[in-house]
Each structure stands twice: as structure tokens, then as C-alpha cells.
Write a protein that binds this ligand. Sequence first.
Ligand code: KG4
Ligand code: ZN
Length: 336
Amino acid sequence: MNILAIESSCDETAAAVVKDGRDVLSNIISSQIEIHKLYGGVVPEIASRKHIEKVIQVVDEALKKAELSMEEIDAIAVTYGPGLVGALLVGVAVAKSIAFANNKPLIGVHHIEGHISANYIENKELEPPFLCLVVSGGHTNLVIVKDYGEYEVLGKTRDDAAGEAFDKVARAIGLGYPGGPKIQKISEEGDKNAISFPRAKVVDNPFDFSFSGVKSSVLNYLNSCEMKGEEINKADVAASFQEAVVDVLVSHTIEGARQLDFNKIAMAGGVASNTALRAAMKNACEKRGLELFYPSPILCTDNAAMIGAAAYYDYKKGMLADLTLNAVPSLKLGQR
Ligand code: KG4
Ligand code: ZN
């Protein structure tokens, strides 16, 4: 079954063709980073406008790369939430138009379900149940994947998402947007034990996260150095901050697996491409005999192949949308 998938929830205009949920025939991503960089973050209005400019081109390219015609496509899938409403609307409108014009079934996909499903693409043997850490610019969730399309959120962030914290700290030390990859790079030259930044615990749910404290602590450290006229070692700040975030992400996930008796762990979302996080999680899983899965970096950050993967399992469960499908900017995981 060939699914043409479209993703436009934030600043990536993407289209892909995925066969039977796990075989990527094409995965086209048009990134808007160069434009948003000028403003230090994603400007929603610009994102919507750029999606409109690029989306048809990206869809055409996805079909061309897959060497398939529209007749050979069996269904159209699209991210309908959560995300920026104007950005989501572009993908939803285009997907509905293609589905209507070509008389194809339509599948509305949750963006986080897409991130989780990215794991199925390169790990053909992976099947639910497993525990998945979803870490992106907008979300930090520890999710119990009970079955395809069935999720329970075990923990979530109370304030900033992990990626958001990376982006804000990167901006504070003058590294620019997007911050995650820049923090990762500069950290390679830093000492992760140079500065002790806090690891927040949320009292009433040990699986919830909070990253605003570590972010404020970095800002306070920078201010205090400035006031004392001390030179700031950016690499040490970045490495110590990254270590604090990674430490919390790994310990929560491992504790979740221990308490709920999971032996398979997966990671997803942009921050899951972080090399320090991958290494620390791998190490922790090896120590405890847990199996670890994560997608290649290109499938961690926003893409449409992950939407095609998720859509296949939704389709098999008969979860189809109709032409009333609309963008839902704060769609909850598991909500229809
Ligand atoms: O999943 P994604 O592409 O978009 C959302 O759904 O939010 O994630 C983007 C986020 C950004 O905050 C970016 O800084 C972060 O993922 N990110 C990283 C890395 N690559 C991307 N964070 C840490 N290390 C990385 N290598
Ligand atoms: Zn995402």
C-alpha cells in the first residue's frame, strides 16, 4: 500500500511516499530554517506563507522520486495537529484537495504519533508495546506505546520542551537558531562537569519534566559572570547544560521502563538526534539489558515519512478522515 504523506506543522514543508508503513520510497523536506534564523526562531506567519509557496513542488518531487504516478497512490495522509494553525492548514487543505480530486482515502495523523512511528521505518522488527521518549522543539513526553495508534502519556513537561530549552540556551550564549545542533557541536570542546546545573524533579509525578529551571540557571550563570567581568567559556556552558538535560531524560526513561517492566525503549523527535543523549541512553540501556531504538537524524527531525508510517497503521485500523478534517493546533495524543 503506497501512502503519500504531507507534513507542514512547523517550519518544514515535507512530503513522502511510504510503502506498507515501513518502506520509504521518497522523503522530501524543504526547510525554512534559513529564513527563521534571521528572527531567532520560527515566525508563524512566515512559516504559513512559505508552506503555500513550496507544498505543491515538494509533493510533486516526492511522487517523482518514488517513481509513482498519482494513480499508484492508495491513500493521502497529513499531519492535522498539534502545531502552528496556519502552517497545519496548508498541509490539510492540500491533502484534502488531492484526496478529493483523485478520489483517494484521507488519513489525519497526530504529529507526535508520526515522530514515534519514525522508529518503525529503520527497525523493521520493532512492534508495540514499548516505552518512547518523545523530545522535540514543542514536546517532551514519555509515552507508553500500547499498540499501533494506542498511547498513554506517562510523563510530560510542565514548562519548556527539551528542544525549546536547547534553543533558548543557544540564543543566550549567542549560537543562533536552531540551538540543538549548535549546542551539540560546541559541547564537543567543552567539559560537561565544568558547571553544575540543576536536574529538576516534579514532586507529584516522577515522570514529568521541567526544563525552565535549568534554562534560568544558565541565564543566571551568564549574568553573574558578566557582572563579575569573568570570561564565559561557551563550550563548558553548553556541555554542562546538555549534560543536565540528558541526565534527566535518561533517568526518567530508565525509571519508567523499570517501574512498568518494559524491555524495549525508543526515542523520537528532533532532540533524539542529539549524540550525547543517544550515547547516554545506549549506555544506560546496555547496563540494564534493555533494547534501544532510535531513528536516523533525518527521521528524528520533522519529516513526512514518519507521517506515512503512522498513517499506514491508522488506515489498517479503519481510522480514516473525511473532507471535514481541520487543523487542530493543540490536538492531544490519542484524541480523534
Ligand atoms: O522534531 P522537531 O524537528 O520539531 C518539532 O516537532 O518541534 O524538533 C526540533 C527541535 C529544535 O528545538 C532543535 O533545536 C532540536 O529539535 N534539535 C536538537 C538537535 N537537533 C535538533 N536538539 C539537540 N541536539 C540536536 N542534535
Ligand atoms: Zn516534530
